[in-house]
Design a protein around this ligand. Structure first.
Ligand SMILES: Nc1ncnc2c1ncn2[C@@H]1O[C@H](COP(=O)(O)OP(=O)(O)O)[C@@H](O)[C@H]1O
Ligand SMILES: [Mg+2]
Length: 251
């Protein structure tokens, strides 16, 4: 299954919490430049899968490769340094600082970022350009504390983009957003498409519909199905997995 096009490969990846397998023999690949959506009912193991990839949760067995090299033995900060960026559900922007100042300083989660913000790829990302990319060009002098929920999420996304990671992982980026903010976020993801490799865990099927190429469906820690929205919507096993949660459209 090793393929030079694969940026990320999970092979039989398993995470056990005591006797419980939150991720169970997961085989999963992401190709360079793609925008992959990961969906699945509550408790399917999606967040744990992201935690596993970014080194927050140790692997119990199996293997993870990034750019062809095993990374499952690396610590979280090392994985961040080799180019895997993670957006968490709770943003960690500096609330007292302006958008411009936040974009200058970078992301506080990785102490290595201080003083060395532009180390990835040597691509200098100006605050103005980043702000424009995420739709915050008119808020550069606004304190982060005064941004709306959606704007705060976009700032957090811009902070990750500032580091230009080869792979960006996002866990429910539209959670808590208004419909309009969600649509703007879909536009943003469509602009990022092809420029970055993105793996997005998402609940909102309207949003998934707007951005999706390939969708992977997890259920009970395993990969249940993979394909276009049409394909997975027609998949009997997927329908069954979503029974009781109101169907795939209401996941
Ligand atoms: N630290 C943990 N210890 C024990 N069980 C956990 C832990 N984290 C997650 N789980 C369990 O693992 C399963 C998968 O959780 P999670 O990855 O958060 O699912 P999802 O993001 O798909 O909703 C759930 O049953 C959850 O209760
Ligand atoms: Mg989750």
């Amino acid at each position: 299954m090793t393929n030079s096009q694969n940026l990320l490969e999970l092979e039989n990846a398993t995470v056990a919490f005591g006797g419980f397998l939150a991720v169970s023999g997961l085989d999963f690949c992401v190709t360079k430049g793609e925008l992959r959506c990961l969906i699945g009912p509550n408790g399917a193991g999606k967040t744990t899968a992201l935690d596993l990839i970014c080194g927050k949760t140790p692997i119990s067995s199996g293997m993870i490769r990034f750019e062809g090299r095993p990374i499952d033995h690396l610590k979280e900060y090392q994985i961040s340094r080799i180019g895997i960026g993670r957006k968490f559900q709770v943003p960690s922007v500096f609330r007292e600082l302006t958008v411009r100042e936040n974009l200058r300083i970078g992301n506080s989660r990785d102490p290595g970022v201080f003083g060395n913000l532009w180390r990835f790829g040597g691509k200098t990302e100006e605050p103005e350009r980043l702000a424009e990319l995420v739709g915050l060009q008119d808020e550069l002098e606004t304190a982060a504390a005064h941004l709306s929920h959606g704007q705060t999420q976009w700032l957090e996304i811009a902070l990750i983009l500032a580091q230009d990671p080869a792979l960006i992982l996002m866990d429910e980026p539209t959670a808590g957003m208004t419909g309009q903010e969600t649509r703007k976020t879909a536009d943003l993801f469509n602009r990022l498409r092809g420029q970055h490799t993105l793996m997005v865990v998402e609940h909102d099927m309207g949003f998934v519909r707007d951005i999706a190429e390939t969708i992977s469906v997890m259920h009970q820690g395993k990969l249940l199905a993979e394909g276009t929205l049409e394909e997975i919507s027609a998949d009997e096993a997927v329908r069954e997995a979503y029974l009781g949660s109101g169907g795939i459209g209401h996941a």
